[in-house]
Design a protein. Sequence first.
Length: 178
Amino acid sequence: MPRKLLNAELQRLSPQAYKSAPKAPMVLVLDNIRSQHNIGAAFRTADAFCIEKIFLCGISAVPPSAEIHKSALGAEDVVEWSYFTDATEAVRQLQKEGYMVWCIEQTESAALLQEYVPHKDVKYALVFGNEVRGVQQEVVDMCDGTIEIPQFGTKHSLNVSVSIGVVLWHFLVERNGW
């Protein structure tokens, strides 16, 4: 039987080393995420995949928050973040900074995640929406495209924090050729 590794054996970065480590050229945009647990999970996933930043928008809570911390487990202290009153402001800023902005949403012309191959030399911003209403249509309209995660059961969506993990993993695998 394989022995579980101890935390000390995992060779994780210290918070100081994380802040100076190279980051994947990706930003998460959280459009009106109502659950602080989902926000915390987004921070933790962003930390795990070493992405640049999170943009929290609209009703999304911001650190410091005990509820965010329950899921983030300190990732909210190392992952950079900014707050915008509306996701349209965040998308405009990211596009001005040269990011390709893709919305993770079910739309008429969405690319299926497994068929989407991100370019290695492009900075990406990925927009994830509210747990009930998804990404605002106005934000969808501003994006460079949409990506859908195929699903095969009776439900029409995944939890937003699960979607973030699935999409970030796909992007990093494709970009890094793992």
